[in-house]
Ligand binder design. Structure first.
Ligand code: PMP
Length: 387
């Protein structure tokens, strides 16, 4: 069988592929990217499932509109208007099968073979995968401590047929880095002068456990702004519910058409149940619980790194989210360290899959949300010995 170039050129998810070995019972794993199960409000969801079924009956099991359940879109619009000063209404929102689907739909709608996408380097692996299916030309721009490198961004914007810029402004996957307020303004000013779409993918924004919430780069002020959100990290990832916010009606219309072709609509049961949950519970209190947990875990990992890692290893200090990114400045290869670490029963993700042009990579992604502080210390101690 001759498969399409599209699929043959798309990397399978390294992380999902190694999950089997890294998630074995006797392995301390910093490799996954899973929310801690405490972020699933099981009892309240049970109540919401019962209530939604009683209230809406067969509707939960019927086909429904592509754009998504209106009360949920209304809830999202109210929240973003209140919290971030956006001026959107329910019709500026389309519900997606996780924000992952939003990435794929954006590429489908905007990219002809060879068109340009500017992407952070390192960047989110799932976005690299979703975009690659549309056969773009990637223009990677270095992600620095405070956001994109501006000179590289300016240069990339000169390239032909650049359609959109993909950013994760808060607690980025894989680095845990957050754009500073100043960098947000500078990136905005640069982009505003070009005919490109700015995608801000923000599944972690609510998980800020230190510092102040910052305004988005373009959402709320840039006409060609697309903001992506998700309930995966604050309610449940398994119900696969995310959303696209944009005031660009034409773009949203095309995305809706693409979604019809892909899956007709997002899972209706998920939409009704999560809407019921959000409208009847104190979600802020629930998010605070998740943040307290992740802060303790992040502190434990940073403290253990300060104790056990040699001086040539530098690492990010996240203000939220789920990841720390470490760089081995002695030039060692992350794959080499990964293999040695697996012998010692400790796992992480070598940096390689987060680059669109992987070479010999000396970085690693460490997830802290799935182990107790004691286990985190033991795992980092083992890693420190190897390093
Ligand atoms: N964007 C980023 C940056 C992510 O880290 C993830 C999840 N790993 C997603 C999108 C996809 O999330 P979901 O589809 O569960 O909303």
């Amino acid at each position: 069988m001759q498969y399409s170039d599209r699929i043959l050129n798309t990397p399978s998810s390294f992380i999902r592929n190694i999950l089997k070995v890294t998630e074995a019972d006797d392995v301390i794993s910093f490799a996954g990217g899973l929310p801690n199960p405490i972020s699933f409000p099981l009892d309240d969801m049970h109540t919401s499932i019962d209530r939604a079924m009683k209230q809406h009956g067969a509707k939960l099991f019927q086909y429904a509109s592509t754009q998504g359940y209106l009360p949920l879109r209304q809830y999202i619009a109210n929240k973003y208007n209140r919290r971030y000063g956006l001026q959107i209404d329910a019709d500026d929102i389309l519900l997606t099968t996780g924000s992952q689907q939003a990435l794929e739909l954006l590429a489908k709608v905007l990219i002809n073979k060879g068109d340009g996408i500017i992407i952070e380097e390192p960047g989110y692996l799932g976005a690299i995968q979703a975009f690659t299916l549309a056969e773009p030309t990637f223009y990677p721009v270095t992600l620095e401590q405070d956001g994109l490198n501006l000179e590289q961004l300016e240069q990339a914007l000169q390239q032909p047929n650049v359609k959109f810029i993909y950013t994760v402004p808060n607690f980025q996957n894989p680095t845990g880095l957050t754009y500073s307020l100043e960098k947000r303004q500078q990136v905005y000013e640069l982009i505003a002068r070009h005919d490109v779409i700015l995608v801000e993918d923000d599944p972690y924004g609510e998980l800020r456990f230190e510092g102040e919430h910052l305004p988005y780069i373009g959402a709320g002020k840039l006409e060609n702004s697309v903001l992506l959100g998700s309930f995966s990290k604050i309610v449940t990832p398994g119900m696969r519910l995310g959303f696209i916010i944009t005031k660009n009606k034409e773009l949203l219309q095309h995305i809706e058409t693409a979604k019809q072709a892909t899956d007709l609509h997002t899972n209706v049961f998920s939409q009704y149940v999560i809407a019921d949950y959000l409208l009847n519970n104190d979600i802020e209190q629930h998010i605070q619980k998740i943040k307290d947990l992740y802060k303790a875990q992040s502190d434990a990992m940073l403290q253990a790194m300060a104790t056990y890692f040699p001086a040539h290893v530098s690492y990010t200090k996240p203000e939220g989210g789920m990841f720390i990114w470490a760089t081995m400045n002695d030039g060692r290869s992350a794959m080499d360290v990964f293999n040695k670490a697996m012998d010692q029963k400790v796992a992480f993700v070598p940096g390689n899959p987060f680059y669109v042009n992987p070479g010999n990579v000396n970085t690693m992604r460490l997830n802290y949300t799935n182990s107790t502080p004691e286990i985190i210390e033991e795992g980092i101690k083992r890693l420190g010995n190897i390093l």
